[in-house]
Each structure stands twice: as structure tokens, then as C-alpha cells.
Design a protein around this ligand. Structure first.
Ligand SMILES: O=C(O)c1ccccc1N[C@@H]1O[C@H](COP(=O)(O)O)[C@@H](O)[C@H]1O
Length: 227
């Protein structure tokens, strides 16, 4: 079981999360004007990924729905995996362009778990991705509506997707130390992902930085849960 921790904002925080047990480290790269709470500039993402070389799998969400931006971010920041969580979706053409921009880079395609229709979408989208990430959806969510919602979705649909697709599936959406064991037993994913419930928030609910003791608890529980 792998653990993926979002959204990392500095080299120091990234290294603390690795020490706390995170296998995959996620960074959100900003597109001016979107205002995602934990987004970092491209140069910071590049610094974080350089510092993580050989220590963790480096995952980047480009907070953009424009292909040229996504390819530019990938070329500059050099993640191992590009995680598509906006309205931009992978395709055969995008796979070829990413391979040209950053040879060997993998694609993680987010699937918005809005209801039973997510099953057919997952089956289609797996053709153009190396991983699927099943994430909750909110009408108020940023970055195309998928992710950073902080609440779980219907895991019975997630389980059907895990059983049907041929590529690794990471479960996301409202996961934390309180529910990760149950989530793993219910869904049997390849990995589990956490943002909101392993972060410190301010009084108005804005995510500020990682709570390393919660990251440690989350990773320990996930790694010690066997399916
Ligand atoms: O990481 C972010 O800031 C982010 C912003 C916009 C869309 C998605 C984002 N992250 C992804 O959402 C999941 C789930 O979040 P949560 O645990 O439900 O709060 C997060 O782990 C990333 O995969």
C-alpha cells in the first residue's frame, strides 16, 4: 500500500513528510489567478522535486486546463508523475507530447467520483493513464471541480472501479487517520492519498501546512493495513 501526501509547499515540509512515511509527494503548481490554497510557484516545485530525487515519487498537479502550461510545468519541474485533476484530460496525443517533453514521466488521471457514471469514465480514461486517482467532487472545488474537497465519496463505486481496471488505483477524498484503515479494507486500492485531514487549517478553514504527526499516523496506519 503506497501513501501519497498533498499539498507540499516547501523542501523542508517535503523532507519531513518523507521521514514520516510518505511514498509519493504531491505538489500543486499554480496558474495565476486560481488561488488554490496550497499552490506553489513553478520554481518552488522544481526545488522540491530536485530535493526529493531518489527519496520519494514526485507527483505534480498542474493547476491549469491548458495543455501548453501543463507541458511547460512538467518540463521545468520534472516530476515523476503528472496528476491531471482539472478539466484537461489525458489522451493518446497528450501521452505522446508528455513523453517528448519529459521522457519516462507517468500520467495519473483523476476521476471525479460524482456518482455511478464515474465507473464508465474510469474504464475509458485508463487507456491514457498509468494510474487512476479516484477523488471527491464539489461544485465549489477549485481546479476543475475535482479534489481538495475534504470529504469521502461512495466507496462502493470506487471498489467496482478497482476490480475492473488494469492500472493501479489511488483512493483520495477526505482520507485521514480516522478512516484510512476502513477505506483500505473497503476499496482495496493500490494507494491512499490525503490532503485536508493531514493539514493544519486557519480559523476560516484555509489549508496552511502539513501536520506532520497526522501524516505520520496516516502513513503508519496505511502501511500496516493488509488486504
Ligand atoms: O492539493 C491540492 O491543493 C488540490 C487542489 C485542487 C484539486 C486537487 C488537489 N489535490 C488533490 O485532492 C486530493 C484529495 O483532497 P482531500 O484529502 O479530500 O482534501 C488531494 O490529496 C490531491 O490528490
Amino acid at each position: 500500500m503506497i501513501t501519497q501526501i498533498y499539498s507540499i509547499i516547501s523542501v523542508e515540509e517535503a523532507l519531513q513528510c518523507v521521514e514520516a512515511g510518505a511514498d509519493y509527494i504531491g505538489v500543486l503548481v499554480e496558474d495565476a489567478g486560481r488561488g488554490c490554497p496550497c499552490a506553489v510557484p513553478l520554481e518552488t516545485a522544481a526545488d522540491i522535486f530536485r530535493a526529493l530525487a531518489g527519496k520519494a515519487t514526485r507527483v505534480m498537479i498542474p493547476a491549469s486546463d491548458r495543455e501548453e502550461n501543463i507541458l511547460h510545468y512538467a518540463r521545468t519541474a520534472q516530476p515523476d508523475i503528472v496528476h491531471l485533476s482539472s478539466s484537461f484530460k489525458s489522451s493518446a496525443a497528450f501521452q505522446a507530447k508528455l513523453e517528448a517533453a519529459l521522457p519516462g514521466a507517468k500520467i495519473m488521471q483523476a476521476i471525479g467520483m460524482s456518482g455511478p457514471e464515474a465507473y464508465d469514465e474510469a474504464l475509458q480514461r485508463q487507456k491514457y493513464a498509468d494510474y487512476l486517482l479516484l477523488d471527491s467532487v464539489s461544485p465549489n472545488a477549485q481546479n476543475g471541480g475535482i479534489g481538495a474537497v475534504g470529504v469521502p465519496h461512495d466507496w462502493s463505486i470506487s471498489k467496482k472501479i478497482v476490480d475492473a481496471v488494469d492500472i493501479p488505483v489511488i483512493l483520495a477524498g477526505g482520507l485521514g487517520p480516522d478512516n484510512v484503515v476502513n477505506a483500505i479494507h473497503t476499496v482495496h486500492p493500490f494507494g491512499v492519498d490525503s490532503l485536508t485531514k493531514t493539514s493544519v487549517k486557519n480559523a476560516s478553514g484555509k489549508l496552511l501546512y502539513k501536520d506532520i504527526s497526522k501524516v505520520r499516523q496516516f502513513c503508519h496506519l496505511a502501511h500496516s493495513t493488509h488486504i
